[in-house]
Design a protein. Structure first.
Length: 163
């Protein structure tokens, strides 16, 4: 979904302003973006590519620039799946854990509060806030709706440290 006041980057969407892979933002110069917002995308990257993408975003952000990541809360996704009845597991539960069948929409990764913080910090960012928050995709009657997403706000330090 395109956002106003952002340059929308997507490798698959014809509605994107720029068609690029998030792991290689070659159109963007170093230290130029003030903010990067990614919603329900990082879980689609293979585990080995998450740090690559984060370091690429770090490169593009200017010092003091903000990174905002929203993604499914994998701990809640798996808990709800295990607790759910057969109908839930075959419906929303399957999508919540694994994504769907459209190109690029499979979940190849999952994050908890701890694992998301660790990978963001490993890329050089300073985490300002990370919390479980309301899902933007879950059905209204979903038992865990209020904690089904993770929201991480981080900043590229004003002074770079060795990574």
């Amino acid at each position: 979904m395109p956002l106003w006041d952002y340059i929308n980057v997507d490798n698959l969407s014809p509605r994107a302003d720029v068609r690029l892979d998030a792991r290689a933002l070659t159109t963007f110069a170093d230290n130029t973006a003030s903010e990067i917002y990614t919603s329900h995308m990082i879980e689609h990257l293979p585990r080995k590519d998450v740090i690559k993408a984060l370091r690429e975003w770090y490169r593009v952000l200017r010092p003091g620039g903000r990174l905002i990541i929203r993604c499914p809360n994998f701990e809640i996704a798996t808990q709800a799946f295990l607790e759910g009845d057969e109908a839930y597991r075959e419906g929303w539960g399957m999508v919540f854990v694994f994504g769907d069948d459209e190109e690029g929409m499979r979940h190849t990764n999952g994050f908890t509060l701890t694992s998301l913080r660790e990978v963001v910090e490993r890329a050089g960012f300073q985490v300002l806030r990370i919390e479980a928050t309301e899902s933007i995709h879950a059905p209204p009657d979903f038992k865990y709706r209020m904690v089904a997403d993770l929201l991480c706000e981080a900043v590229k330090p004003e002074r770079e440290e060795q990574r």
